[in-house]
Design a protein around this ligand. Sequence first.
Ligand code: ADP
Length: 158
Amino acid sequence: MSKAIYPGSFDPVTYGHIDIIRRAAKIFDELTVSVLNNKVKTPLFSVDERVKMLQEVCKDIPNVKIDSFSGLLADYASECGTDVIIRGLRAITDFEYELQMAQTNHKIAEHVDTVFLTTSLEYAYLSSTTVKEVASFGKDVTQFVPPCVAEKIYEKYR
Ligand code: ADP
């Protein structure tokens, strides 16, 4: 059975992430979308809130599981018994950081490889950061995130 992990902050999940999730779930038998508990970043949503939103928006995709992790991604991949990490590439600006991450993970755990899916053009501009910024000014974000996620963002800025 082919397995992959799609790790990220997902603070919060956007249509860009969902597009990558759907496409990766078609390629692999089992996909684990995993929220990184990153102590360096100050997120808008707790890990628990991010996991719940992902569960809600992925509930119709049967081979997708939602999880969370902290620590090194390469260690987490080994724990999951998975050799494949999925990452999305939006633009050339993502590339340098992603290349460095992929190579570092491969150095730490030689069996781990990163597979990049390029973003669908309609989501190339989309990031969780810009969605939060737009919402913080009281604007509608339903073109960027599913309605249940938009509600949660509005609650934070109320
Ligand atoms: P991180 O903080 O780990 O970069 P993100 O939640 O911002 O976490 O992104 C997780 C992954 O999803 C990354 O590989 C990122 O490049 C990708 N991603 C984010 N937004 C989009 C998008 N609009 N289209 C495709 N991939 C995306």
